[in-house]
Design a protein around this ligand. Sequence first.
Ligand code: NAD
Ligand code: DAU
Length: 334
Amino acid sequence: MRLLVCGGAGFIGSAFVRLRQADHGDEVVVLDKLTYAGRRENLEGLDVRLIEAGIEDPHAVASAMEGIDAVVNFAAETHVDRSITAPDAFVTTHAVGTWVLLEEARRRGVRYVQISTDEVYGSIEDGSFTESSPLQPSSPYSATKAGADLLVASYHHTYALPTLICRGSNNYGPRQYPEKLIPLMILNALHGDRLPVYGDGMQVRNWLYVDDFARGIGTVLAHGTPGETYNVGGPDECPNLEVVQRIIQLTGNDDSLIEYVTDRPGHDRRYSLGSEKVRALGWEAQVRFLDGLQQTVRWYRDHRAWWEPIRSGDYREYYRRQYGTQIKGGRALS
Ligand code: NAD
Ligand code: DAU
């Protein structure tokens, strides 16, 4: 296939491109704005044409979609905490950007896959969300992602555009930007920095190894029914505190590094996704959480050249603003 992968220089998009080229030999064009989270390094060793532009730019989108069979849109602002302090880019990318992509896809009649999130359903105390659960997003991040989903669905309903929506649970694995829980805790633990746990640390997330999500998206792209939404949830749930304690063990530290800090405003307590519908298409998660976490810790230990430039750049200022404290720079203690 000839794929346009928007946001393909990010964490999940680059894993998807890597998998598609290895397993299917797809021809890939990546359209990516290269925000702080998008990195050329993530595409190293892959045979892709990278167009550096935003999905909200209609000219760039029109030329990127030339000769394309399908669009997979990962492009997004993805950190909930940043959406609370500065929601502007979330509105532009998720609402305007998705609309620009849909308009061009409609002009060409191209199959369109929107990558979405379990956060659009909000928080759930017991049981799991299905695709027909109501949308009750809590943060500017999830509200704008839900808005994008509704726009995508409207293009199927109104214009019969062959659209698919794929909602994933919390991903983890190599190349995740260290503002997110797991890579942040791994890098802090490797440096002997404090591990900032929000609130009581008993919030539960449904962890999905990034390659499992990438395979799930491939399944939906190939076998999904246009107009439908598919949940892709991880095999295991775990409270944040336990995730942090596992990372402490895997990095040879002790619990004294844990620091309970002020909770995230509007913090969702628990996510859980039912994935029966994508399973019926033949997908199954392959990586259990404790195995994937071990592999992820190993990857960060072995790939300092990937994260050292991040930890010594603008990220330091972000960290100081977000946590009111400094991180240590330089090389990891090991
Ligand atoms: P990421 O932050 O690592 O990557 C996002 C990518 O999008 C970056 O390469 C960035 O440069 C690019 N981008 C941002 N704004 C853009 C714009 N206006 N135009 C073009 N490119 C732009 O994010 P990720 O974790 O890889 O998430 C990818 C997608 O998966 C997102 O849509 C996210 O909502 C969804 N998702 C993420 C998770 C998760 O746990 N990380 C779970 C479910 C769904
Ligand atoms: O559920 C899917 C979503 O998962 C994706 O759509 C988002 O793009 C992705 O960022 C992620 O959102 P979360 O808010 O769940 O992920 P985050 O890594 O920010 O936080 C995971 C949990 O850990 C959450 O309960 C907040 C908590 N946390 C996070 C950070 C960064 C802490 O306790 N301390 C921290 O320093």
